[in-house]
Design a protein around this ligand. Structure first.
Ligand code: FES
Length: 95
């Protein structure tokens, strides 16, 4: 089951940008990929490294620890199967 987080519109990153937020004590990275905001747990599924400062190339986010590359849209490792980010649905609340 995918969890949904609520974010105020002024906290959403601009296209091509990202931001770090905390929801219920959980560190979450918001990435705006071509106008769509994706939310992922700030923990690499490989070994738990922070993904907040990973290199972002289009929709591909590279973990700074060991270099695995994740497709932010699908959430999964590029060119392999089985290892995926924890993605969260985003709903905007307020004005
Ligand atoms: S912790 Fe991210 S690739 Fe190893």
């Amino acid at each position: 089951m995918t969890r949904t987080i609520s974010i105020a519109p002024d906290k959403l990153p601009e296209p091509g940008a990202r931001s770090l937020t905390f929801v219920d004590g959980r560190s979450v990275v918001l990435l705006n990929i071509e106008g769509v905001v994706h939310a992922i747990d700030n923990s690499c599924p490989h070994n738990g490294a922070s993904l907040a400062n990973g290199r972002l190339d289009g929709r591909i986010l590279q973990c700074p620890a060991h270099g695995l590359r994740f497709d932010v849209v699908t959430g999964c490792v590029v060119g392999a199967s089985g290892m995926c980010l924890t993605k969260l649905d985003v709903e905007t609340v307020g004005e």
